[in-house]
Ligand binder design. Structure first.
Ligand SMILES: Cc1cc2nc3c(=O)[nH]c(=O)nc-3n(C[C@H](O)[C@H](O)[C@H](O)COP(=O)(O)OP(=O)(O)OC[C@H]3O[C@@H](n4cnc5c(N)ncnc54)[C@H](O)[C@@H]3O)c2cc1C
Length: 317
């Protein structure tokens, strides 16, 4: 069977890998220049670095921060990634702040990250596949002429215009809505004197902060941080000026570090317009036999990398 797959995020790559394993011909179409979607790493070049950091590379996992594993099928794959040094355990000190600023250590869960960045996971998966980059699919008709089946592994909002003529699928997609997340990427002149490497935050515009540099195989010369606003705050400030968003979130970060923040020589705000859905659909994937379409993505099962991976598998059944 010839299958066209739209979207080289974790769901699309998981589906494509499984289909190839079953002997099918698969071509993945991705609008971006590289794979990964929201499991991304942003590299920043061409900025003036402080003396101590000359020659260093600035890179931030600005989307997915890490992943966890519950399903044995995903565990088997992750064991292979660990063996091949595509991922490693993140042993950072992760705490949780309550709304009064009280801090406690979170329960121990194995958290994994791509090395040297989250995008390494998708890159390793894509390397074994035929992926055509910078191909934004605007209509499925040409694909349906060339392929036996089309799998859409994109967010609900990105899928909607592509299946607008199929009422069943449109109605299903209307029932799931993606929420935004504002992220700040910051690099500091000196080490931030925080007693944690990652923190879940409550009672603040921030929901999560992480010392990117504390993850394995990251650039050690620069203290880099990623701050994520809560969904509620991000929705309320969706169209705010990124500069203003950046300063409000940096101030909220300052509140978590009582001894104060050193100067940030780089800070930028990134808006993920389609970050996560709540609640998800609670199905593995959606098959529509008549139109030869399948829809998958994290939003079918949850809002995590593991959900994306498992939804991709369900798309191949
Ligand atoms: C801020 C943030 C923090 C997160 N934190 C975590 C975390 O800590 N742990 C965790 O497990 N998960 C986390 N996640 C969620 C995780 O990133 C996702 O669950 C997962 O990456 C989703 O994968 P996906 O393949 O379903 O979708 P996506 O990653 O969105 O992939 C869809 C792909 O389709 C492409 N595409 C879209 N439309 C078209 C088109 N028309 N033509 C061609 N290509 C197209 C896109 O460019 C993209 O590459 C986070 C996400 C965000 C945004």
């Amino acid at each position: 069977m010839k299958v066209a797959l739209v979207g080289a995020g974790i769901a699309g790559l998981s589906a494509a890998t499984a289909l190839r394993g079953h002997g099918h011909d698969v071509v993945v179409f991705e609008r971006a220049r590289g794979p990964g979607g929201r499991a991304a790493t942003r590299r920043v070049d061409g900025i003036d670095m402080p003396k101590a950091a000359r020659g260093a590379t600035l890179a931030f996992d600005h989307g997915a921060q890490y992943f966890t594993v519950r399903d044995p099928r995903f565990q088997t794959v992750v064991d292979g990634w660990l063996r091949d040094r595509i991922v490693a355990k993140w042993e950072g000190r992760i705490v949780s702040f309550d709304s009064e600023g009280g801090e406690e250590l979170t329960t121990t869960t194995d958290r994994y990250v791509g090395i040297p960045g989250m995008s390494a996971i998708a890159r390793a998966m894509a390397d074994a596949l035929e992926v055509r980059y910078e191909q934004r699919i605007e209509s499925l008709d040409p694909l349906l002429r060339e392929f036996d089946r089309v799998i859409l592994a994109v967010t609900p909002e990105q899928a909607k215009p592509l299946v607008a003529q199929i009422p069943d699928l449109s109605a299903t997609l209307d029932s799931v809505v993606s929420q935004p997340c504002w992220a700040v990427l910051a690099a500091f002149e000196e080490r931030v004197p925080a007693r944690f490497d990652g923190a879940f935050v409550h009672g603040s515009p921030l929901g999560w902060v992480a010392r990117n540099q504390s993850k394995p195989k990251r650039e050690w010369k620069v203290d880099t941080w990623v701050l994520h606003a809560t969904t509620t705050w991000s929705l309320m400030h969706l169209d705010d000026d990124p500069e203003v968003v950046g300063s409000v979130l940096m101030e909220a970060f300052h509140d978590l570090v009582p001894t104060g923040l050193p100067r940030a020589f780089y800070a930028t705000a990134h808006r993920w317009r389609l970050a996560s859905v709540t609640p998800p659909l609670a199905v593995g994937a959606i098959h529509h036999e008549e139109s030869r379409h399948t829809l998958c993505g994290d939003w079918c099962l949850g809002n995590r990398i593991e959900d994306a991976f498992l939804s991709g598998l369900a798309a191949t059944l």
